[in-house]
Design a protein around this ligand. Structure first.
Ligand SMILES: [Zn+2]
Length: 163
């Protein structure tokens, strides 16, 4: 069935389960907002391990409303005092226009998809600057956390500063 391999792997995972007894705080005080892209290992790329960080992912790694909800909770209730926003090179959300993306989905589904917004990014650096400002200027976050923005290079594994 569709999930057999995953459930089998889960049984092996549970047999060697080592995360018991954790509380839900971010031990390293870190929250990461990044893309859903499968090339990204959010913990590994920062030298973190399970329990260390809050991870929020979406297409493009954008600071949208749900991301802000998560960050406010993370800062006040989950020990977070450092927030990093990490879009990446070769991101599909920054490689095409909203119209092009809709045209692809329309063709694949044979139906109109324009009612579904995808929030593509025209200029990744500009979008990241805007996103960092959203976090820094949020009245419930503000000075309570250091906020950094980096672009992850999927070809080298390096995080490059915004400027
Ligand atoms: Zn992406």
């Amino acid at each position: 069935m569709a999930f057999d391999d995953l459930l089998e792997a889960n049984r092996a995972f549970a047999d060697a389960f080592s995360l018991k007894g954790f509380d839900g705080i971010a031990k390293a005080g870190v929250a990461v907002v990044t893309c859903m892209d499968s090339r990204i290992d959010p913990l590994g790329m920062l030298g973190l391990k399970p329990g260390d960080a809050k991870i929020f992912r979406n297409p493009g790694g954008r600071v949208n409303e749900p991301a802000l909800e998560a960050l406010v909770l993370a800062v006040h209730l989950l020990n977070v005092n450092r927030i990093v926003v990490i879009p990446h090179t070769k991101c599909a959300m920054a490689a095409q226009t909203e119209d092009e993306l809709h045209a692809k989905i329309n063709e694949l589904t044979g139906t109109d998809s324009t009612w579904q917004r995808f929030h593509v990014v025209d200029d990744q650096r500009k979008a990241l600057r805007t996103d960092l400002m959203k976090v820094r200027s949020h009245p419930l976050i503000g000075e309570r956390a250091e906020v950094g923005g980096f672009i992850y290079d999927v070809d080298t594994g390096l995080l490059n500063p915004l400027d």
